[in-house]
Design a protein around this ligand. Structure first.
Ligand code: ADE
Length: 236
């Protein structure tokens, strides 16, 4: 899949797209991340990309004609246009999974007050928020989405099984993880995990995920059948 990020701050994205797991996925050609400088589409001596918001208190808004020129440059046949904004739909694993099925996403990063609403109305397919707090721009939400998407592309995360076990994959939080030594400062790894018995391990994992989800994020449980996981009522 391909993700294009249109931003006035391309440096922000460049190092991200070259680093760690996402960087390796880009290098291997598993995901294509294109960073486009919005300023390349500005016109006039000042190469202006934004202006004061009408009726605002001095904040700046990205201009629709600059955004439209950038859009015409990046848009292909099946491009879905995304705008990260705190007023958008909250980004969940389900939404990430739906977006991972798209061929090409173009993310338009707002800065200052955001994008002119007429551009949003005319061209944006999805406004998304990464949480109920306000950032200075859309670059971090763009990186957040790309990072989450890249993990779903086959071959990006070493062991595909580990993705299937992660939090939210089946509507549950992930289990705790342990490594060697089996006893550290008097604290023992749960016996099931060191038993070598696959059925016992699986049972422990399902219970641990269910009880953790129940105590920390009961709001998630509507999506998963918690009784399947707990297998008895001791935790309820
Ligand atoms: N831009 C500023 N804050 C944001 C948020 N919480 N989510 C997505 N985009 C944003």
């Amino acid at each position: 899949m391909k993700v294009t990020v249109v931003t006035a701050f391309p440096d922000f994205l460049d190092s991200f797209a070259r680093t760690s797991i996402v960087g390796r996925a880009v290098e291997k050609g598993l995901i294509d991340v294109e960073v486009v400088n919005l300023r390349d589409f500005a016109q006039g001596n000042y190469r202006q990309i934004d202006d004061y918001s009408f009726g605002g208190k001095g904040g700046m808004t990205l201009m629709p004609e600059v955004l439209e020129r950038a859009l015409h440059f990046v848009r292909g046949e099946g491009t879905k246009v995304l705008f990260p904004t705190p007023v958008g739909a909250v980004l969940t694993q389900d939404l990430v999974e739906a977006l991972a099925r798209e061929e090409h996403l173009a993310i338009f990063c707002g800065h200052y007050e955001g994008l002119d609403e007429r551009f949003v109305e005319k061209y944006v397919d999805l406004e998304y928020s990464i949480g109920d707090y306000v950032l200075t721009g859309g670059e971090i939400p763009a990186m957040t989405l790309i990072d989450a998407l890249s993990r779903l592309v086959p071959g990006v995360v070493g062991k595909e099984l580990s993705v299937a076990d992660d939090s939210f994959y089946n509507g549950m939080l992930d289990t705790p993880h342990f490594t060697r030594p089996a006893v550290w400062q008097g604290m023992e790894v749960p016996a099931e995990l060191t038993s070598g018995d696959d059925a016992q391990i699986e049972k422990w994992r399902r219970r641990a995920a269910a009880s953790r989800t129940l105590s920390r994020r009961p709001d998630l449980l509507g999506r998963a059948n918690v009784m399947d996981y707990l297998e008895d009522e001791a935790y309820l």
